[in-house]
Design a binder for this molecule. Sequence first.
Ligand SMILES: [Zn+2]
Length: 133
Amino acid sequence: MAKGFDKHQERLNIVSGFGKNLARRSKSKCELCEATGVKLSVFEVPPSKDEPDYDRCMFLCENCIELLKNIKKSKENDFRFLSGAMWSETPIVKVTAIYILNSIKEKYSWAEELLENAYLDEEENALLETINF
Ligand SMILES: [Zn+2]
């Protein structure tokens, strides 16, 4: 059990070590909703791998992290900011935005409309396949 705990702790240390680079990449804005001047935390896009992967991490505000806990229960306008994130130059941000839109498109027609303009290249499509909230 102690071993499992150490591993978990080690993982957390690695992930929080990404924070500095993520702060630079995000320009200290939430990478999904672009909120500024708020607390940002490292969020690993699930499922997390054995080895923490920088390219599967996003720097997000608390509001977004809360929303991601239960995407399907989101209210109609909770994820409107994805209209910006779906064009992010950071692959994991862009692909996660598309993933979320796909998850809510049956409920909200605006999400389906956004998806009509979405474009993912082959690599991004492969990344999308690996995401599972
Ligand atoms: Zn946010």
